[in-house]
Design a protein around this ligand. Structure first.
Ligand code: BEZ
Length: 251
């Protein structure tokens, strides 16, 4: 089953996703008249920031719900409902940008090849995604709780959090020359007393789907309680995000 995106919940509770992305826009440094592709644009907030700099931007996302919301939020901008693993552009863009989306795209080689194909020669790829070790505490607790119900099953992660070396070699195989890469912790504050429940319900509900409804609620609560000593500090929940920020150029 695919992750179901709920744009309303996402915009109401997880606006930190694009608030943290503002710094990545500075790194992209969009210029007036440039053609820029925003991969995994979600509801379009960063696509709109890029457009404000005068660039001609296209937002692309595989989720019909997110693209619907992006079109409603910014009717003047161009959004495409498309899967980055199968996109086909021909040297059309000065830059490809992506924030907090590439870790959902499991065929990273196909995505890298599509990015290289989409860029003009000398064009840049500027991205941030979950890197190796991202949400390790959260995933460890989900594993531990699910193991009580299904001791013999391995959990499909459905996300890809690469190291600098892994991701650089994927990009370089598609002739994207890596110019800089950083892997860093970004403990991310979540809003409200029930923030970790909400985060798990929004992003990780699929791990609990095999359980009957009543057990599902209990299992999520047990996961939250197991996380409390490590991720609840001074009255606030944090997600143990770790980011990989990377810049490459089509050579
Ligand atoms: C992330 O942005 O790293 C992320 C968000 C939701 C679920 C998993 C990872």
């Amino acid at each position: 089953m695919q992750t179901r995106w709920d744009p309303e919940l996402y915009e109401a509770r997880h606006s930190f996703v694009w608030q943290f992305g503002e710094g990545l826009i500075e790194l992209l440094d969009p210029r007036a008249g440039e053609r820029i592709l925003d991969l995994g644009c979600g509801p379009g907030q960063l696509t709109a920031r890029i457009a404000e700099r005068g660039a001609e931007v296209t937002g692309l996302d595989a989720s019909p719900e997110m693209i619907g919301q992006a079109r409603q939020n910014y009717p003047q901008l161009k959004f495409l409902l498309r899967d980055a693993e199968h996109m086909q552009f021909e040297s059309e863009f000065d830059a490809v940008f992506s924030n907090a989306a590439l870790h959902w795209m499991l065929d990273a080689r196909a995505v890298a090849s599509g990015i290289a194909q989409a860029l003009k020669l000398g064009g840049r790829f500027v991205a941030e995604l979950g890197g190796k070790g991202n949400i390790a505490q959260i995933e460890r607790s989900i594993d531990a709780i699910l193991r009580r119900y299904f001791p013999d099953e391995m959990w499909e992660r459905r996300t890809f959090y690469p190291s600098i070396a892994e991701y650089s070699s994927i990009l370089e195989a598609s002739e994207l020359e890596v110019r800089s890469a950083q892997l860093f912790d970004r403990p991310t504050p979540l809003e409200g007393e029930f923030a970790m429940e909400h985060w798990i319900e929004q992003f990780k509900a699929y791990h609990f789907e095999a359980l009957p409804a009543a057990d599902r609620i209990v299992a999520i609560q047990r996961t939250v309680e197991q996380l409390r000593p490590v991720l609840f500090r001074d009255g606030k929940w944090f997600a143990d995000y770790r980011r990989l920020r990377i810049v490459a150029v089509k050579s």
